[in-house]
Design a protein around this ligand. Structure first.
Ligand SMILES: [Zn+2]
Ligand SMILES: [Zn+2]
Length: 319
């Protein structure tokens, strides 16, 4: 089968079709999404990464222990957990210390004609959610994770600053707006901020942004300077949520975090079931967030486009 492989360099090549183990589903991938994590891996975010990239996908189950699963249009939770440890028992498989992660850590990914996942990880996509929306389930789940970490009822009377206007940040903006909070999004790209303005989300270009203090700041810019701004703009005893992952370390001064007693929350993956419910309950303009769709064989060009600052979601269509 054809797959997008990263092994120091990125290439599309022929590789063996994955073998389905017991309790797993073999999935024929139809559409996959590039995310910043994929770009970061190609820059060295996961040291020693070697294998098939990709963790945002939709596809059809072609083989499983239970024939009732075959033919289902699915996506899948990307963390493959042990199921036995303290985290797994609490339903926090995303924090299982023995986990592998699809296309990120120890498990070949979904930028390929076929992929496998444990049946317990796969989630059927309701018919009313089109492919162009379903492909956002994984990043939307990551955006919704914030609401699991910060008490939602309290969000309604809070002022929130979201730093960043990239793919994930736009989804976070919709998630935060849905709580009715007082939200402003600051970013560097006029075209991306305009998409939020169309949905009555208040925005500011970074150059025109007058710094002030917010109850909650969400940093999703992917840029160290975003973290600096976030620390500066969080009220004393406020909360700073970090959604960015960075390819390399950088210097920062925790002075204001200490003096202002800021609570810092790291935030990563979320529950897919919540993302599906959110897509059913809200009309999001997700088609506008897709910049281009490439054929799997042209994945190298897709990565190049995805790395451009103006680009939003880039998808890979798998024939
Ligand atoms: Zn992702
Ligand atoms: Zn576990």
């Amino acid at each position: 089968m054809k797959a997008v492989v990263f092994d120091k360099t990125l290439k599309v090549c022929d590789t063996a079709k994955p073998e389905r183990k017991k309790d797993e589903a073999l999935i024929r991938v139809s559409l996959a999404g590039l995310c910043n994590t994929d770009l970061e891996i190609t820059k060295g975010y996961v040291p020693g990464f070697k294998g098939i990239l990709g963790h945002e996908f939709i596809g059809v189950v072609v083989e499983a222990d239970d024939t009732a699963d075959t033919g289902k249009r699915v996506t899948g939770e990307i963390n493959l957990a042990c199921g036995k440890c303290g985290f797994c028992i609490k339903g926090l498989e995303r924090h299982c210390p023995d986990r592998t992660v699809l296309g990120i850590h120890g498990k070949d990914g979904a930028f390929a004609e076929f992929t496998t996942l444990p049946v317990k990880n796969i989630i059927e996509i309701p018919d009313e959610i089109p492919d162009t929306h379903a492909i956002f389930i994984e990043p939307l789940a990551a955006a919704l994770e914030i609401l699991e970490q910060i008490t939602i009822p309290k969000l309604r009377d809070k002022s929130i600053l979201l730093i960043g206007d990239g793919k994930l940040a736009l989804l976070i903006a919709h998630v935060l707006q849905s709580t009715g909070c007082n939200l402003i999004v600051v970013g560097k790209h006029k075209n991306k901020l305009a998409l939020l303005e169309e949905n009555r989300i208040q925005t500011a270009l970074l150059d025109n942004f007058k710094k002030s203090k917010f109850d909650i700041v969400v940093e999703a810019s992917g840029n160290p300077s975003g973290l600096e701004l976030g620390i500066e703009c969080t009220k004393p005893r406020g909360t700073l949520v970090l959604k960015s992952t960075y390819a390399s370390a950088f210097n920062f001064n925790p002075f204001h975090i200490v003096v202002n007693e800021i609570t810092v929350a790291g935030s990563r993956c979320g529950r897919f079931s919540e993302a599906i419910k959110f897509l059913q309950a809200h009309k999001l303009p997700l088609e506008k967030y897709i910049s281009a769709v490439f054929d799997l064989k042209d994945a190298v060009s897709a990565f190049k486009l995805a790395a451009q600052p103006e680009t939003l979601k880039v998808l890979l269509k798998i024939p």
